[in-house]
Each structure stands twice: as structure tokens, then as C-alpha cells.
Write a protein that binds this ligand. Structure first.
Ligand code: ADP
Ligand code: ZN
Ligand code: ZN
Length: 817
């Protein structure tokens, strides 16, 4: 009998591939193990086994596998099912899914690897387009192979771009023939065997009496060891004895001390686990009871609790319940970088049982967490992670918590799989028979809709913990203030008064402006010309700090011109304003206040977020100016005032979710105010203070917001009432793009009954010299999403057989666009 395996390769080809194996291999191999296989002319790939069987492939002769790489499966059957669901639902391949899910260290190949140089200080704006693409890809994964680079830059010969990046010291190369992962070893010391008896030690100390430094080290080691069996690391000994490395090594040479190594997991927690779980108040207990009731009915459950109502403490209670049952727990967060606060809060309760998993972690750290989850290790019983932690090899998952479930960053836009982590988490929980809790102060319209219709369980907390009042919100009519000349810079007098008062009380202030840079538009007062990016279809943002015009889409930048490029007039003015300008104005208006800024420009370094958050926490700053980064789950104790500089830009965003998002963002940023006893104050400046969304924010009226939004979505056939798929076409040639998107949408219209809109250029129709066009497919309540996807895929096949369209990129986004 002949034996074969079906495997997935980490490449974006649709099918799986069949290889031949020996009977011995067939009896050993299990789905989820890795094998290396030859592919194409000379490549070797790591592949994942899906199935062992006896049916030879029909159209080609199966090659033999190269090697078996695992003794036990690295990926379990539930994961494979989950990945298949994602690939199918979000219209990508299993290969793309696998590449995204497995830490790259598991994808061993005998090919050159390109790694990012973490030491490099990269100025993105100095990079050419192709260099940037590679650099950007390396932000998402820590290594790339040559063939991937060639996909990314869309050309075969990639050596020139790699050479340039090497010269700039941004990447380095590695021939990877072995598994990359090396556990970190920590050096420990103990007393040599001969000195273990009391007499021996005594005589040793006597001999050392002439070498005070050495005897100091021995004594220190003795003291450190007394009362604990913990190993003593060399660095601890150094610190404690205040002796130099040299003294310690001379003792090692003499055999008085012995060195040894212990493998250390990289992601560790140094603090002590000390806090008792808090006793919940009556509102929290009611919510908990509702959640548990819904869990009993196996329902996805939504917890809607106002900011600072103590949702996190409810999660803690649930986590502790599931820990007791010996279950694994996954705590999903939208952005890990912003949540150091939360991690340390949970570590206080659960200490060593927490692992943190994030795609920004290096290969080693990710492999460690993966292996710990695979082994069911105690230290990975609770995993806190961003969306990629959904792909870990859980096999005993009991609970998933999706915190801040409304956050847009749960959706992955690039690269494929373009999935929504909340929705994929629901499917994962289902596959495991686990419970899942979605939590937010401002739930997404979809989740609340599902709760209302009884599809989800529901619990709520409508009061802040400790009877702290919700902040007092005030709308300021900015147009009116301008007319009455009651403004300074971009500050109304009302806001200035409040800032002054808070500063006077020694309290802190957050100023929110969802735009970075100094001003988004530079305009000639004579002819009206505004400088545009040469690669993208956007105006350049003025950054005063660097005295540059910069593109926020491609990093292009140029020195601030002294005169208009069109007419030569020197009279240039700025329009609109960003965080830089707010910072500058507030510094001038309150010269004694210490002001910090948190936006993409100030948080580039690895620990930059933490630094800003910590210095604000420590009250080294009085005022923090920032973008939406400020809105996410931060718990500052001394903030009494939040100022929203301009609410209008949020409302005017061209997206059917703009109103929902504005409500969420403003409510969340307002929620940073007055989290302790004193009532917080929020001032929202707007040209249009009578806008219904702003009213709903100030009165905390989620319900009316929801009703109005649902009505609109029904009217215009948007989710959650209908389903949507957005198809994006991307090409550097304008005409090709137009032709291709017309062809595709034409085929859709003839083949498919639902609503097909477009093709249309998006508001920014060219990015990095690639033109973009969108087609929107709306699928009504009574139409099948699955069938529609099949149709679209079929059309794509014939589309790809038209030779001039082959280079057009077709990108799908399902549900979340
Ligand atoms: P949310 O997650 O809803 O924004 P938090 O869980 O951060 O709210 O709670 C707000 C504050 O109240 C935190 O400082 C938290 O420690 C405190 N808190 C919440 N519940 C309790 C409780 N049951 N006992 C003591 N303090 C609590
Ligand atoms: Zn001009
Ligand atoms: Zn640009």
C-alpha cells in the first residue's frame, strides 16, 4: 500500500499539497506535525501535516517528504479546525493562515533569512518605497525569507533592495539550518562541594580572612542561601555582596564557588503575587451572576459596564474560578503596548501563572509561550495577548475574555488573514466548548445588537465603583466662542478656565486631539495651492518640530517651503491643527505646567509608551496631550479634567461607523477623568455642539445612539443587519486598475443578485504610488454569505486568467471594512 500526506505550505496558494511517505513514516505522522518538503525547483519548505492517507494525487506525481521535524504535533486538531474556519470565512488560504499563526521560528528552511536589526534607529522617511515595504513587513514578523521579500516588493530580483537595507544596517541575514530558538541560560553559583560541611566552611572563612573581598562574597552567598532553597544567580550575588565580577570569578577558579546554568523562560514575572482578590460590590455581584447564568446556557456574553465600574475586577473573579477548575484562560486585549497597566494589575493577583503573548515579542519569547501553552504548563494557564494569541495551541481552554471588545484594532487589515479577533475568538470558544465574555463601556453595535436579540447573554454595571460620579460633561460651542473672540489659539475660554483650576488644585489634565503633527494642511493665501504628497493622494502634514512637511501614509517628507510652489507667494498659512500645535499652545499659555505628548511620533521606541504613561502616572507631567492612544483603558488616579479639542473631525470621517466610533472614543477618553472621589470634568469643543452624537455622549445615552445607528444601518444595508464584503483592487497603473475593477464588478453584477456598489476610489485613492479602488458587496438577511463568497472566488479565478489583470492585487475584507 502506498502512503501519502496532505500538507499546508506557508505560501498563499489555495490548495494543500500531497507528498509520498514510507509506511513507517505513515504510522508515525499525525496531523499538526511539521515536515520539511521540497517545493519547486530547489526550495525546501516547512509544511504542516493535515492528513495521512492512501490516495495518490491525480495530476502530478507526489514527491517524497524531506524530513519529519516533530515528535509530537505542534498544532492540535482544534487549532486546525479554527484556522480552516478563519481561512474560509475571511477568504484567504490555509498557507497564509499558517504563516500568520506559527511563530516564524517554527518555519525552518534551508534558505537565507532576513532579520530585522532591533538596534537600528530607522528614520522611515529616509527609506525608498521598496525599502519601506520590507522594513514594514519586518515590523509584523521578525524575519522574512527571500521569496517573501520578492512577493512583498512584487519583483523577482530582490537583491538590490536587500543590499541597500544591509548597507543602512536595518536588516541582517542569517543562514537558518537549525531551529532558531535557543532558551536563555542564566548563570547561578553555589558553594563548592568540599565546603558544604560547617567545619569546612569555617576553615575556609579563616583562610579567606586575608582576602576581605572574597570572604565578603562567601558570606553574602551564605546569607542569601539561608532560609530559601532558591538558586542564587551571579548577578544577585554581585548586587548583594557589592563585589565585582572579577572577585567572583577568582573564587570560581579556586573551586570555592561552583557555577551552573538553568534554562530560564524569557517571559517572567519578578514581583511577588500578593494581592487578594477584591470583594465585589453588589452591582459587580449582580453582573457576575448574570454572566454565570448565561455561561450555563453556553451563550456568548456581553458585559456593558461604564468606565471605572470595576469590570476588570469582575474578570479577575471569573479568571480565578476557571483557574480553580484547572482550565486555561485567554485574555484578549486590543493593543498590548498600551496595557502594561493591566498586565501588572493581573500579575498582582495571579503572578507566575500569566504569560503575555504578542507579535511584537521576539521569536524566542513567542516560542516559549507557545511551548508552555502546548505543554499545558502552569505558567501559561492565563495568557494575556493581542489578537495573534488566538492561534496558540490551547487544548484545555475554559474562558476567553475580550476586553474593550468594541476596539477597531481587533481587526487585522494587513496582511491576510484579515480577521476580526473578537469574532474569531467566539468561534474558538465554541470549538473548545469554552465560555466567552465580551466587555466594554461602549459595546460595538454588533455585539449590543446580538445581546438585544437574545443571541448573546447580557450583564451590565451602570455605576462607577465606590459611588464615584460619572464625569460632568460640557459642550462648548466653538463657533460662538470664536465669534465672541473668547478663544486663545485653539482653546476656548471655558477650557482655559478649567485647566487653570485643575492646575491650581495640583490635578492632572488630558487634552485629546485625534490628529498628530502641527497642522494637516499648508495653504497659500494668494492662490490656494496646498502641497500634496507625490506618492499618495493626500495633503502633507506640517510638523513644526522638524520643520517639515510629511506624508502620514508613506513617510515622504520635505523641508517646509519658504514660498508657494505654484505662485511663489511667501504668504503661507496652516489649516487645521494637530497634537504638536496643541502642545505648543498649552506650553505658551501655561508656562509653569509640565506638558507631555503621546502620539505616533512620540512613541516609536520600544518602551516609549511605557515611559510616557509612567511619567504621567508618577505625576511628573501635569498635562498630557495625545491622540486616540489615550482612550484605551488607562487608569490614572489624579486626572480631573479631560479636554476634547475638536470633536468635529471624528464625526466627519467618511465611514459608516464614524458616529459609533465617535461615541466610543469620546466616552472612553472622558472616562479617564475623575476615577477617584472627586467628580471629573470633561469639556468638548465643537463647531457643531448640537450634533446628536455629542448630545448622546454628554448624557451617556448609549441606548439612543444605538437605536439611531441601527436604524441607519438598516436603511443603508450595513452590518449587523446585513453582511458586507469589501473588495479592494490595487495597482500602480491607473488604467489597468480601472479596467480590472470594472471587469470584476461587472462579472459580480451579472452573477450575483445582491447589491454591488462601485468600483469607487476611496477618499485616499493612491498610497505609495499604488492606486486603489473599492467594490462593496452587500448581502441581505436572506442571502447566503457562504454562497456569495464562493461566487466571488469563482469570478476571481476567471479574472486571474486574463493576463493583463494578473498583476492586480485583489484584497478581501469581510464584515469589518
Ligand atoms: P473598569 O475596568 O470598569 O474601567 P476598574 O476595574 O479599572 O474599572 O475599576 C476602577 C477602580 O476601582 C480600580 O482602581 C479598581 O481597583 C477599583 N475597584 C473596582 N472594583 C473594586 C472592588 N470590588 N473593591 C475595591 N476596589 C475596586
Ligand atoms: Zn500660491
Ligand atoms: Zn505619501
Amino acid at each position: 500500500m502506498e502512503y501519502f500526506v496532505n500538507v499546508v505550505l506557508p505560501i498563499p496558494l489555495k490548495r494543500h499539497f500531497t507528498y509520498s511517505i514510507t509506511p513507517a513514516e505513515a504510522s508515525f505522522l499525525l496531523p499538526g506535525m511539521r515536515v520539511s518538503v521540497p517545493f519547486g525547483k530547489s526550495k525546501i519548505y516547512t509544511a504542516l501535516v493535515l492528513e495521512v492517507h492512501n490516495t495518490p494525487p491525480v495530476v502530478y506525481e507526489a514527491k517524497e517528504i524531506d524530513q519529519i521535524l516533530d515528535d509530537v504535533p505542534l498544532v492540535n486538531p482544534v487549532q486546525l479546525k479554527h484556522w480552516e474556519w478563519i481561512a474560509n470565512y475571511y477568504m484567504c488560504t490555509m498557507g497564509e493562515m499558517m504563516r500568520s499563526a506559527l511563530p516564524s521560528a517554527f518555519l525552518l528552511e534551508s534558505e537565507t533569512l532576513i532579520l530585522r536589526n532591533d538596534e537600528a534607529n530607522v528614520d522611515e522617511s529616509q527609506l525608498q518605497d521598496d525599502e519601506f515595504l520590507v522594513f514594514e513587513a519586518l515590523q509584523h514578523q521578525s524575519s522574512l525569507k527571500v521569496h517573501e521579500v520578492s512577493i512583498i516588493v512584487d519583483r523577482k530580483n530582490v537583491l538590490p533592495v536587500l543590499n541597500r537595507l544591509l548597507e543602512k544596517n536595518i536588516i541582517y541575514l542569517k543562514e537558518e539550518v537549525y531551529e532558531q530558538y535557543k532558551p536563555k541560560l542564566v548563570k547561578y553559583v553555589k558553594l563548592g562541594k568540599e565546603y558544604l560541611s560547617d567545619e569546612a566552611l569555617e576553615s575556609l572563612l579563616e583562610t579567606l580572612s586575608r582576602a576581605p573581598k572574597q570572604s565578603q562574597v562567601v558570606l553574602a552567598l551564605f546569607q542569601l542561601q539561608s532560609g530559601s532553597k532558591k538558586p542564587i544567580s551571579v548577578s544577585d550575588l554581585e548586587k548583594y555582596s557589592k563585589a565585582s565580577k572579577a572577585v567572583i570569578s577568582s573564587l570560581v577558579e579556586k573551586g570555592i564557588l561552583e557555577e551552573y546554568f538553568i534554562r530560564k523562560d524569557r517571559v517572567t514575572y519578578d514581583g511577588a503575587e500578593n494581592s487578594e482578590i477584591k470583594t465585589l460590590n453588589e452591582h459587580q455581584l449582580n453582573a457576575l451572576a448574570d454572566i454565570k447564568k448565561a455561561f450555563k446556557e453556553d451563550k456568548v456574553t456581553l458585559l456593558k459596564g461604564v468606565t471605572s465600574s470595576g469590570k476588570t475586577e469582575v474578570y479577575v473573579q471569573l479568571i480565578s474560578d476557571f483557574l480553580e477548575k484547572g482550565k486555561q484562560i485567554l485574555y484578549l486585549l486590543p493593543e498590548i503596548a498600551l496595557t502594561t497597566q493591566l498586565i501588572s494589575r493581573l500579575q498582582d493577583y495571579f503572578g507566575e501563572r500569566i504569560s503575555v503573548f504578542h507579535s511584537k515579542y521576539n521569536i524566542q519569547e513567542r516560542v516559549e509561550v507557545w511551548n508552555n501553552v502546548l505543554k499545558g504548563a502552569e505558567k501559561a494557564q492565563i495568557v494575556i495577548g493581542a489578537r495573534s494569541s488566538l492561534f496558540l495551541p490551547f487544548d484545555n481552554l475554559g474562558l476567553i475574555i475580550v476586553d474593550e471588545e468594541h476596539e477597531g484594532s481587533f481587526k487585522q487589515f494587513d496582511p491576510a488573514p484579515r480577521y476580526h479577533a473578537r469574532d474569531a475568538a467566539i468561534v474558538l470558544a465554541n470549538l473548545h466548548g469554552a465560555n466567552i465574555l465580551l466587555g466594554s463601556a461602549t459595546p460595538s453595535i454588533e455585539s449590543y445588537f446580538n445581546a438585544k436579540h437574545g443571541k448573546y447573554g447580557y450583564a451590565e454595571i451602570n455605576r462607577r465603583f465606590g459611588n464615584v460620579l460619572m464625569p460632568d460633561m460640557e459642550l462648548v460651542d466653538y463657533k460662538e466662542a470664536l465669534r465672541k473672540k473668547r478663544v486663545k489659539g485653539h482653546f476656548s475660554e471655558r477650557l482655559l478656565q478649567e485647566i487653570e483650576e485643575s492646575l491650581g488644585n495640583g490635578e492632572q489634565i488630558i487634552l485629546f486631539q485625534n490628529r498628530r503633527g502641527f497642522a494637516p494642511v499648508l495653504e497659500c493665501l494668494t492662490c490656494g495651492h496646498t502641497p500634496q504628497c507625490s506618492n499618495c493622494d493626500v495633503t502633507l502634514t506640517y510638523h513644526q518640530y522638524k520643520n517639515q512637511l510629511r506624508c502620514h501614509y508613506c513617510g515622504f517628507h520635505t523641508a517646509l517651503p519658504e514660498s508657494c510652489a505654484a505662485c511663489g507667494s511667501p504668504e503661507l498659512d496652516t489649516k487645521g491643527f494637530g497634537t504638536e500645535q496643541v502642545e505648543e499652545e498649552v506650553k505658551k499659555l501655561f508656562p509653569a505646567a509640565k506638558v507631555g505628548r503621546m502620539d505616533l511620533d512620540t512613541t516609536r521606541g520600544k518602551h516609549a509608551y511605557e515611559k510616557i504613561i509612567t511619567s504621567f502616572e508618577q505625576q511628573e507631567l501635569d498635562i498630557l496631550v495625545g491622540t486616540q492612544m489615550l482612550t484605551k483603558g488607562l487608569d490614572f488616579r489624579n486626572v480631573s479634567l479631560v479636554g476634547v479639542m475638536n470633536a468635529d473631525s471624528l464625526l466627519n470621517f467618511p465611514d459608516y461607523r464614524a458616529h459609533e466610533r465617535t461615541f466610543q472614543m469620546l466616552t472612553q477618553v472622558a472616562g479617564r477623568a475623575g476615577r477617584t472621589q472627586k467628580r471629573g470634568k470633561v469639556i468638548i469643543q465643537s463647531y457643531n455642539p448640537y450634533h446628536q452624537i455629542l448630545k448622546q455622549v454628554t448624557t451617556g445615552d448609549y441606548e439612543t445612539m444605538f437605536q439611531e445607528q441601527i436604524y441607519e444601518r438598516e436603511q443603508y444595508k450595513y452590518p449587523p443587519v446585513n453582511r458586507i464584503i469589501k473588495i479592494t483592487f490595487k495597482h500602480k497603473n491607473y488604467n489597468t486598475l480601472n479596467e480590472a475593477s470594472e471587469w470584476f464588478s461587472g462579472a459580480l453584477r451579472t452573477n450575483f443578485g445582491g447589491t454591488v456598489l462601485g468600483p469607487e476610489f476611496p477618499p485616499i485613492s493612491r498610497i505609495r504610488n499604488q492606486y486603489l479602488k473599492h467594490v462593496l458587496v452587500k448581502i441581505g438577511k436572506n442571502e447566503s454569505l457562504g454562497r456569495t463568497k464562493k461566487n466571488i472566488k469563482r469570478i476571481e479565478k476567471s479574472f486571474n486568467s486574463v493576463s493583463k489583470f494578473r498583476s492586480v492585487r485583489v484584497i478581501y475584507n469581510v464584515d469589518h471594512i
